[in-house]
Ligand binder design. Structure first.
Ligand SMILES: [Zn+2]
Length: 280
């Protein structure tokens, strides 16, 4: 089996490269947040960071322990076995990469919409939305069951699509980088924000999605490009109360629980009041 070691090496290199981009961007964004903060914090940063940091460690372990393969691994398997649409047609690689990244990104947009509309999925997604401050660490604050469910969805998509491995790599890199950038507590010059928003999701654009006002939460679902919100009619320009005065989080969790790990992990299993579970 001469092929396997090289495929494994590719995954190792890809993992290392993804981690390097992730760590580099994280440090850069945290520095920029210090220099140009958009909002003052409502909770102590240390406690939130410990909780959000613990969640990313738990999420990473959950993915490794529960799933035998990730989306990138599935792309390798699909290629080796000829599975999926793109392994059946012989298109130029550049076209396949663009199409696959676009299709996967649209799918993640609709997955995000579903997490707000399906009550069971909303229970898990709430763990992300209860964060009362937004910063770079909010970009990876998710319940482990949501992360595992999302990875199963991506693995299934990759098995059906059969995209080039590099397309999955680029898509995941954009998703991670986009999630960190769009959650950053970062003040961009208004003209730069407006220019970037033509194509990308800026922190000001995504913050509206984290408003306690329900009609604002159900807008701006995109993580990396603003195109899908504009196309599917869920784009919103500004929050009703302004970026500095708007309340972030969920009305029923404006307390200490979001900054603590165990209460955060327990959120999906809490008995919810009818008004809390009926968010649409
Ligand atoms: Zn959301």
């Amino acid at each position: 089996m001469p092929r396997l070691p090289s495929v494994e090496n590719l995954f190792d290199d890809a993992g290392l490269m993804r981690f390097a981009v992730f760590a580099g961007l994280f440090v850069l964004l945290v520095l920029l947040e210090q220099l140009f903060p958009r909002r003052s914090r409502s909770q102590p940063r240390r406690q939130r960071w410990v909780t959000n940091g613990a969640l990313i460690v738990i999420d990473t372990l959950a993915l490794r322990l529960i799933l035998p393969v990730a989306a990138l691994g599935m792309a390798g398997i699909a290629e080796a076995r000829g599975w999926g649409l793109f392994n059946m047609i012989d298109w130029p690689v550049w076209l396949e990469i663009i199409l696959c990244v676009v299709i996967l990104d649209i799918a993640i947009y609709w997955q995000h919409v579903a997490t707000h509309r399906v009550p069971l999925l909303w229970r898990l997604h709430k763990v992300h939305h209860v964060d009362r401050d937004l910063d770079t660490t909010s970009g990876f604050r998710f319940h482990p069951l949501e992360i595992v469910g999302s990875m199963i969805f991506k693995i299934a998509l990759v098995a059906l699509l059969g995209p080039a491995i590099v397309a999955v790599f680029i898509f995941e890199l954009l998703l991670n980088a986009g999630s960190m950038f769009s959650h950053a507590n970062l003040r961009l010059p208004p003209r730069l924000d407006r220019a970037l928003r033509l194509a990308l999701v800026t922190p000001d654009m995504h913050r509206i999605h984290h408003s306690t006002r329900e009609h604002e939460t159900n807008t701006n679902y995109g993580f990396s490009t603003s195109a899908w919100d504009r196309l599917f009619g869920t784009y919103r320009d500004d929050p009703q109360d302004g970026h500095e005065r708007m309340t972030i989080g969920l009305d029923e969790y404006q307390d200490e629980r979001p900054a603590r790990l165990l209460p955060s992990l327990a959120i999906p299993f809490a008995c919810s009041r009818p008004d809390a579970s009926n968010r649409k």
